[in-house]
Structure formats: structure tokens, C-alpha cells
Ligand binder design. Structure first.
Ligand SMILES: Cc1cc2nc3c(=O)[nH]c(=O)nc-3n(C[C@H](O)[C@H](O)[C@H](O)COP(=O)(O)OP(=O)(O)OC[C@H]3O[C@@H](n4cnc5c(N)ncnc54)[C@H](O)[C@@H]3O)c2cc1C
Length: 446
């Protein structure tokens, strides 16, 4: 029996059943965790993937973040690999939309045709911002694709498994304990991949981290929007549109200029807003408060849009995302911490194993200091908070996962610690499986 006083509960020691063992255990089924699991499995590892929710995709589906961007450096496509399989499969269902190469131009005509899909280069200072390679997709199609790929690759998926503690022995991470509806369960692995986005496993194992924080967002979707009418008004009455749009963003209390975007389902738009600063994106208190705030702002915006914005009069609220959109929490303080200068100046590293738009990620940024048998992938990678803000999009997170899966398999095959895996071998394997590891810098790299 546990003992307690008013401040602390002391739990008794208890036995936890080991319910699974695998070469590689991936914790977190978001975009990074999915590619880590698939990549490790394709390189010969048995893989168990643990996810706390009933769905896969993390922010990309549950958070309803519905554009894959940061995939191109001008006209050069810089992100490729398992991400292409997701795009291809969703596209076959009619649930992924991207501009053909001939439309990727900086003309007014192409801007009007494509901007509201969120596929313009929003880093560009040009006016209009050029259309680039990016992909608008549907969240349920993402979930279906994820399940299909896991099944095809024989990955042992355990949903409804909330990671709670890392099992560490002599600085080596040996497995994890999950809380489930049927009690606590232990899962053992030779390599553990932390893909929780919040660095839950590494933090629990004692890794150093930086406590980051950024705006959070309750993304929502509206249905039955007359998008043609909305766009016609925007382009035919720019001054009036600006005024109404400014008021919409004031009501939201902060939003990007393009706060609504089209989705592959006609008449359904996703609203990548509001921006809510000051919330702790990990604690139950912070996330609960954000849920209330986000939904209140969503309702106010919806009422305003219905009453004032052309094209929105007959719209319906389709609902808020299942998860509050969290951009940044804990960030690993790994073997190398990527700086804002590295990202802005496009610094290339000899041990680059993956990349985003025009920036490069060294293998060392996926490795914790001190701890062994643990690698991380995703938005909690080792970067300064300001560097992470500009390098955390879904495709680069997927590339990190793919590289982490390869690194895990090489570590096991060669019987060396993750720290001693040769980055050159990771690059070679990445290339062999159709991924761009960023080993060859683009002409604009530093
Ligand atoms: C509002 C918003 C808008 C954005 N806009 C864009 C955009 O337009 N385009 C773009 O490319 N990117 C965008 N991003 C960034 C991008 O969505 C994320 O950085 C990226 O999806 C992160 O992927 P991840 O796999 O690292 O983490 P996540 O997607 O957060 O995945 C982590 C996974 O781990 C699981 N997990 C966490 N804790 C536990 C636990 N204790 N036990 C078990 N499982 C656990 C989660 O449930 C989740 O499935 C946006 C982000 C937000 C929040």
C-alpha cells in the first residue's frame, strides 16, 4: 500500500509485466516516430511503436496541421524519402494537393491560384511570394496511410500506451514503462527512439534539455465555405478585404496573415489560428487552459466570419483539432545544439544526416550527451529555441525520424553504440532508400 501525507505520496515498489520486446522501441507515433519505425523495420529491426492516443500522426493529424512545407530550396526539392510515400498514397485517395512544377512560379496568376493552399514560399521577400513545392493534405487520410504503412512493415503498434518512465541501467536506456487502461506495462528495447515531441523519454532518463516555449494554437476547420466567393472578394476588393481580415485577426488575438487555407475537401478550410502565447505546452494545467482559450477564440471568430466575411455566411464549424497545437516545449541539449545562425546561414555539417528547406541537421543533434541506446527525432531535437522555431516543420521531422531509424539499425548491426555509428554510413543508407540525407550541400549552403 502507498503511504501519503498532504504533500507527497510514497508509492511502494511493484512488479511491472514486460509485455513486449523489440530491437527498436519508438515512443510517439507523430510524423518523426512513424518514419523512425518504418525506416528501422526496413533495415531489418523488429520494431514496437508506442502511442498515447488512438490515432497516429501527432500534430500532422491530431493537431490538424495540414500543409507539408519546408521541402524545397527555391526550385530544388530537398526533402525526400518516406515522406514521398505518404504524399503518393494520400494523393491517390485525392487527399493530397500540390502545385505541379509548371505552376511553381512567382507570378500574380499562380499566386492567386495557389496561395490559399498554403503552398507559397512564406520565407521569400518577393511580392507575390513564389509558389513552391508543398502539400495540402487531409488528416484522416494521414491516419489511414500511417496504419497501412505500419502494417505492411510488420511493426508492432501499441496505441493507448502513455509513456511514463524510462528504464535506465548504467547510463543505458533499456526500455520504457507505459500507463495503460489495464495498468502499467514495460516494453524493452535495444534502442529507444524518443519521438514524443516533448522529449518525455530523454527527460525522464536524465538527459539535459532546454525548456523552450512558443505560441500554441487550437486549429479548427469550417465546412460549407464558398471559397471562390471569398477569394473573389479578396482580389476584387483588396482594401475592404484588408479591413475585414484585420478585424478577424484582432478577434483571434493573433494569427498569420493567411489564417485560413483550403483543404482537399471542397468547401472545407482549416484555420491555422489563433496564436496563444504564454501557455505551458506540457503540463495538464497549461494544456487545459489553452483548450478553453482556444475554443473561445474559435467561436468568436466563427461568429464574426459568418456575419461579415463574404463566402462564410453559410459555413459550419466542423470542429477543433483533437490536440492543442504545441510548437515547442523541451528541447534536447545534445551532442551539438543547432543555433539560429546555423539555420539562417544554412550551415552544412560533415555529419549532416537530414535536412529541411535550406538548412541541415547534424547527426549529433539527435544524440543526447552521456546516455546511450537512446536517440531522438522530431520537434524536440537539439536546437536553440529560436533555431527550432524555423526548422520544426513536418517534413524535416520526418527526415530526422528516417535518419534515426537507420542509425538504430546500424548501431545494432555493427554492435556499436549510437554515438559510434558512422554518419557516412547513415548517409549512404538514406540515399539507398530514396531519402536525401543532405550530405551534398546546395550551392547556397555556408
Ligand atoms: C499550430 C501549428 C501549426 C503548424 N504549421 C505547420 C505547417 O503548416 N507545416 C508544417 O510542416 N509544420 C507545421 N507545424 C509544425 C509541425 O506540425 C510539428 O513540428 C511536427 O508535426 C512535429 O512532429 P513530431 O513527430 O516531432 O511531434 P508530434 O507531432 O507532436 O508527435 C509526437 C507524438 O508522440 C506522442 N506522445 C507524446 N507524449 C507521449 C507519451 N507520453 N506517450 C506516448 N506517446 C506520446 C504524441 O501523441 C504524438 O503522436 C505546425 C505546428 C503547429 C502546432
Amino acid at each position: 500500500m502507498s503511504t501519503f501525507d498532504e504533500q507527497f505520496i510514497r508509492e511502494d515498489a511493484r512488479d511491472v509485466a514486460v509485455v513486449a520486446k523489440a530491437d527498436v522501441v519508438v515512443v510517439g507515433g507523430g510524423s518523426a516516430g512513424l518514419t523512425a519505425a518504418i525506416s528501422a523495420a526496413r533495415n531489418g529491426c523488429s520494431v514496437t511503436l508506442l502511442e498515447r492516443y488512438h490515432h497516429l500522426g501527432g500534430m500532422a493529424s491530431g493537431g490538424m496541421v495540414l500543409v507539408l512545407d519546408d521541402m524545397a530550396n527555391g526550385n530544388e526539392i530537398t526533402v525526400s524519402g518516406i515522406v514521398d510515400e505518404f504524399i503518393h498514397r494520400m494523393s491517390k485517395e485525392g487527399m493530397a494537393v500540390f502545385p505541379p512544377e509548371s505552376d511553381r512560379l512567382g507570378t500574380v496568376e499562380m499566386s492567386r491560384k495557389w496561395r490559399r493552399w498554403g503552398v507559397h514560399n512564406f520565407h521569400s521577400k518577393a511580392d507575390p511570394q513564389p509558389i513552391t513545392y508543398a502539400v495540402a493534405f487531409d488528416p484522416d487520410s494521414w491516419k489511414r496511410t500511417s496504419l497501412a504503412l505500419l502494417k505492411e512493415n510488420d511493426i508492432d503498434l501499441r496505441l493507448h500506451s502513455v509513456f511514463s518512465e524510462a528504464i535506465v541501467e548504467d547510463g543505458k536506456v533499456r526500455g520504457v514503462i507505459c500507463q495503460t487502461n489495464v495498468g502499467r506495462q514495460a516494453i524493452l528495447g535495444d534502442i529507444i527512439v524518443d519521438a514524443t515531441g516533448d522529449l518525455n523519454v530523454a527527460a525522464s532518463a536524465g538527459a539535459d534539455f532546454i525548456q523552450g516555449q512558443y505560441i500554441v494554437t487550437t486549429v479548427f476547420r469550417l465546412a460549407h465555405v464558398d471559397v471562390e466567393e471569398a477569394e473573389r472578394f479578396e482580389y476584387e476588393h483588396p482594401e475592404e478585404h484588408k479591413k475585414l481580415d484585420r478585424e478577424a485577426r484582432r478577434i483571434l488575438g493573433g494569427a498569420w496573415n493567411m489564417w485560413w487555407l483550403k483543404t482537399p475537401i471542397p468547401g472545407v478550410i482549416w484555420c491555422n489560428c489563433p496564436h496563444m502565447p504564454g501557455y505551458d505546452g506540457i503540463s495538464p494545467e497549461g494544456l487545459t487552459a489553452a483548450e478553453y482559450d482556444g475554443r473561445e477564440r474559435m467561436m468568436k471568430l466563427f461568429e464574426y466570419a459568418k456575419g461579415h466575411l463574404p463566402g462564410f455566411q453559410n459555413s459550419y464549424l466542423l470542429g477543433a483539432a483533437e490536440q492543442v497545437g504545441v510548437r515547442q516545449t523541451r528541447l534536447l541539449k545534445g551532442e551539438y545544439v543547432v543555433t539560429k545562425d546555423d539555420v539562417v546561414n544554412r550551415k552544412h555539417f560533415a555529419d549532416t544526416v537530414c535536412r529541411g528547406r535550406d538548412y541541415y541537421t547534424p547527426y549529433r543533434a539527435l544524440l543526447p550527451q552521456k546516455l546511450d541506446r537512446l536517440i531522438i527525432a522530431g520537434r524536440h531535437y537539439s536546437a536553440e529555441p529560436d533555431a527550432q522555431k524555423m526548422s520544426r516543420e513536418i517534413p524535416p521531422c520526418m527526415m530526422q525520424g528516417e535518419a534515426a531509424g537507420v542509425a538504430a539499425s546500424l548501431s545494432l548491426q555493427n554492435n556499436v553504440s549510437l554515438r559510434d555509428v558512422d554518419p557516412g554510413a547513415i548517409q549512404k543508407t538514406m540515399r539507398a532508400q530514396g531519402a536525401d540525407p543532405g550530405d551534398v550541400p546546395s550551392p547556397n549552403a555556408a
